[in-house]
Write a protein that binds this ligand. Structure first.
Ligand code: UD1
Ligand code: CA
Length: 450
């Protein structure tokens, strides 16, 4: 069966108290609407139509990378009015209606709904012990009679706990014929999409339903509190999955995965860590508290100590990184590397067994193996206009508080005397230093106070 998708996203989200349209608020670093678009794409539909209204330009711009059909609803006159705008674009035998602010909808529930709908009308329902605010599913002898909106409910209707999630699947041609027949003759003077139930019944079209099982999957986001609750729920599913795969999380409620985290066996993650984008972690890795890792690879047997910050880096096996280390984009370390506290590395390759343990900046460099970079060493890679490369060959010892002014090459096996400013290439296996000789002035006296 072929399918059109309609995603309703015209609402302002008044209760978010924000200048941004609701569907652009982030859940785990992605706009709410992105989740719904991703689900829609997984059906490989004929087209994805998004009905926007409030700040439609901003919403469109945020998704300019996606192939979508944008439809502008001039005024928010109700869900029935919103879907009507999509009529000229509906293709395929079925149309499914989703909501831009219901991001955790279950793919499997939608598949079942689509299947059960066939060429009829299908409604995704939920059994909610506290159904206040939702449209109620009214049945007679198990058959769905109508959907009654909260404000149109009488006392008996109000007691019904089977609710309309809003998500529906409909035979496309029938939907197109019903939408213009919906009136706004109700307490809210809105065009209710739910009125198509009565129209279907009139034509003796079967009304099917599928019941969603988890409340979070049908929940919309209306407030910052609901957004935070949904974030926790999403994090719970992510951390549960990690633990099911054997990852040790010292406290899953204090772990945040805003993207995709893949871990091999026996990974241990302490509290407060944040993972963004695509992060791959090898086996036997320990990640210390309050570490932030984005789009990076951490190889086997490496220890990341607390408060480290790793962005777009490849960390080798058996490394010790941190505490308080910062690996910036383009950092690649080989095996057995130690990067210590207050060390920043950018766009540099660090060879096997090399140690840079204290207070250093290494940028645009190629550092060989078994190099020891002393405390406070700085590669001066920027002349104010251009960036230049520093090469430190194997087995070099750089004395503390040295500046290596790039472009410069430190020859293999050489030693740089502490406190040197090196501006020329240094020969292999020799001691190079640049500093005035230490002198002492005999009989020198401290200045006296006037
Ligand atoms: C709707 C359903 C109700 C269901 C509930 C589930 C109708 C008439 N009622 O009620 O049965 O229980 O959803 O949450 O459909 N929207 C537009 N344009 C509009 C109106 C709404 O794009 O003109 C979008 C909103 O941005 C929102 C969604 O549709 O994301 C739902 O609209 P809302 O007004 O919240 O629906 P309810 O009245 O809660
Ligand atoms: Ca409404």
């Amino acid at each position: 069966m072929s399918l059109s998708v309609v995603i309703l996203a015209a609402g302002k989200g008044t209760r978010m108290f924000s200048d941004y349209p609701k569907v652009l608020h982030n859940l785990a670093n992605q706009p709410l609407l992105q989740y719904v678009i991703d689900i829609a794409k997984s059906f490989n539909p004929d087209n994805i139509n998004i009905v926007v209204g409030y700040k439609s330009k901003e919403v469109k711009t945020a998704f300019s990378h996606e192939k979508l059909n944008w439809i502008i609803q001039k005024e928010q006159l109700g869900t029935g009015d919103a879907v009507k705008y999509a009529i000229p674009y509906l293709k395929g035998s079925q149309t499914i209606i989703l909501y831009g602010d219901v991001p955790m909808v279950e793919l499997n529930d939608l598949k079942q709904l689509i299947k059960k709908t066939d060429n009829n009308l299908g409604i995704l329902t939920f059994n909610k012990s506290n159904p206040i605010g939702y449209g109620r599913i009214k049945r007679i002898e198990n058959n769905i009679e109508e959907i009654v909106e909260e404000r149109d409910c009488d006392d008996l209707d109000r007691k019904i706990t089977e609710i309309n999630t809003g998500i529906m699947c409909v035979d496309t041609n029938k939907l197109i014929s019903w939408l213009p027949l919906i009136s706004n003759n109700n307490s809210q003077k809105e065009y209710y999409l739910t009125d198509i139930v009565a129209l279907a019944r009139k034509e003796k079209i079967k009304i099917r339903s599928h019941e969603a099982k988890a409340e979070i999957t049908i929940s919309g986001v209306n407030t910052k509190i609901e957004l935070a609750m949904m974030e926790r729920a999403l994090q719970n599913t992510k951390t549960n999955l990690l633990m099911e795969q054997g990852v040790t999380l010292l406290d899953p409620s204090r772990t945040d995965v805003r993207g995709d985290l893949k871990c091999d066996l026996d990974v241990e993650i302490d509290v407060g860590c944040i993972f963004e984008g695509n992060v791959k972690v090898g086996s036997n890795v320990k990640i210390g508290a309050y570490t932030h890792i984005k789009d990076s690879v951490i190889s086997d047997n490496t220890i990341i100590k607390p408060y480290s910050h790793i962005d777009s880096a490849k960390v080798g096996t058996n490394n010790i990184i941190g505490p308080y280390a910062r690996l910036r984009p383009g950092t690649e370390t080989n095996k057995d590397v130690h990067i210590g506290n207050y060390v920043e590395i950018k766009n540099s390759k660090i060879g096997a067994g090399t140690k840079i343990n204290h207070l250093s900046y290494i940028g645009d460099s190629i550092v060989g193996s078994n190099v020891n970079v002393g405390a406070g060493t700085i590669t001066c890679n920027y002349d104010g206009v251009n960036k230049h490369q520093t090469i430190i060959e194997d087995n070099v010892f750089v004395g503390s508080n040295s500046q290596l002014v790039a472009p410069v090459k430190i020859g293999a096996g050489s030693t740089i005397g502490a406190g040197s400013t090196i501006t020329k290439d240094t020969p292999a296996n020799e001691l190079s230093l640049s500093r005035t000789k230490q002198t002492s002035i005999p009989g020198w006296e401290k200045p006296k106070k006037n």
